[in-house]
Design a protein around this ligand. Structure first.
Ligand code: ZN
Length: 417
């Protein structure tokens, strides 16, 4: 729900550096902290209304160009904005009336988004931008009214061609970023390091310090990339480089396009039982190993809903015997990597019972890239939270993971993978 304005310049800079082919996360993080002049500021917000009619007003310093879309499952109204820094208190735009969830934040360097998740189907009867009477700034007024489920679905279908083209446009923008980066030198073992969540999707929140999961995952991803730098035969890269939103499918695509041999996705979620602590390693499976794994995968897969991503243009699953074989082989490699991580962590890092679990995580679904999801600990547990924020513990984890990667890599290389 929260946007870190100062991250914006890092993302912008990263994009520039990445396109130029010279960037690293470390360089960007130490670079200028100022927000670029072209970002809009949304400095005030209010929401009024009931379950039949709800009005949202946002105050901007300059006129925003907006685009409205409707997405189903769950029913959402998505308002695309130019890059915007949201400076009003979160409490001013808390979900109410027709909406059960409201998120806003950055999508990438050039855009931001407001995602209104409907409690009951709703449509905008007005979405107007007008200059304030006192001549200071602009007001965006969104008036929503309840509609029948049928009418909402009609809205979604009528503009599906537009939805697809907008999603394609942003995907090709990011795809362009990926394509502009040179592939790793042939023969290197390529590792995609994925920092979970980002941008509009902040992930979980720490019980004691309120630190957001997206910041923690990025810090661990950078620590591992840093540790692997200069390791002979290994090329590691960050899937998410700053505070930007990437859909789960985009993360998989980025890993595949860069020829990754392994994907590691970092997370630090919360549980209702705040006494449970320790790390867990997940691999993909249609059937979850247990209830906790199933719940977690379900919550992680919600990331796309939070970011306002639709699946209307997602290709149907191809049934192909070769694909199946590849998938089975990839699955075996994923399991062997998970075992290697557990072995590295044993006696060094607190692990939950049965630390290797499995469930249907979307981010692990590349059929040809062995993938693991690492829950480093739980932000709902105060001891875990303390460790997750400790730079020394971060370095230790990076060290143990480097050892796990090297141990895993040996059989893979021997098998000609
Ligand atoms: Zn997470």
């Amino acid at each position: 729900m929260h946007w870190r304005g100062r991250m914006f310049s890092r993302i912008a800079l990263l994009l520039l550096l990445t396109v130029a082919g010279v960037g690293t996360a470390g360089d960007a993080a130490s670079a200028a902290q100022d927000e670029p002049a072209d970002s809009l500021a949304a400095y005030a917000a209010r929401i009024v209304g009931d379950r039949a009619r709800t009005r949202i007003v946002l105050e901007f310093d300059r006129r925003p160009e907006i685009a409205v879309r409707y997405i189903g499952k769950p029913d959402r109204i998505v308002v695309d904005l130019p890059s915007t820094v949201f400076t009003f208190p979160e409490a001013d735009l808390e979900a109410r009336g027709l909406f059960r969830d409201i998120r806003y934040g950055s999508m990438d360097a050039g855009s931001a988004r407001l995602v209104l998740t409907a409690d009951r189907p709703a449509r905008l009867v007005a979405s107007e931008v007008m200059a304030n009477e006192n001549g200071e700034g602009y007001r965006l007024v969104l008036d929503a009214e309840m509609v029948s489920q049928q009418d909402f679905e009609k809205l979604v279908n009528e503009q599906s061609w537009m939805t697809a083209s907008v999603d394609d446009a942003s995907a090709s923008l990011r795809g362009g970023r990926v394509a502009a980066v040179e592939r790793a030198t042939t023969g290197a073992f390529v590792i995609a390091i994925d920092a979970g969540h980002g941008g509009i999707d902040a992930g979980a929140t720490g019980a004691a310090t309120k630190t957001q999961e997206k910041e923690i995952t990025l810090a661990f991803a950078k620590a591992l990339a840093e540790r692997l730098k200069g390791e002979p035969g290994i090329e590691a890269f960050l899937v998410r480089e700053g505070d930007e939103f990437l859909s789960l499918a985009e993360r998989v695509t980025i890993a595949r396009q860069r020829g990754a041999n392994l994907l590691i996705s970092f997370h630090a979620d919360t549980l209702r039982q705040n006494n449970i602590r320790g790390a867990t390693v997940y691999t993909i499976s249609d059937k979850a190993s247990d209830r906790m794994a199933a719940d977690l995968a379900e919550r992680e897969n919600l990331s796309d809903a939070v970011g306002g991503v639709s699946y209307s243009s997602e290709p149907a699953e191809v049934s192909d015997i070769l694909l199946d074989l590849t998938r089975r082989e990839t699955q075996a490699f994923s399991i062997s990597m998970a075992d290697s991580v557990v072995k590295s962590f044993e006696g060094q890092v607190a692990l939950i019972n049965n630390p290797h679990r499995y469930a249907g995580f979307r981010v692990l679904q590349a059929h040809d890239v062995p993938s693991i999801l690492l829950e480093l600990g739980f932000l709902s547990n105060k001891e875990d939270e303390k460790q997750l924020l400790d730079p020394a513990w971060r370095v230790k984890i990076a060290e143990l993971l480097a050892a796990a990667i090297k141990r895993y890599r040996l059989p893979v290389v021997a098998n000609g993978g």
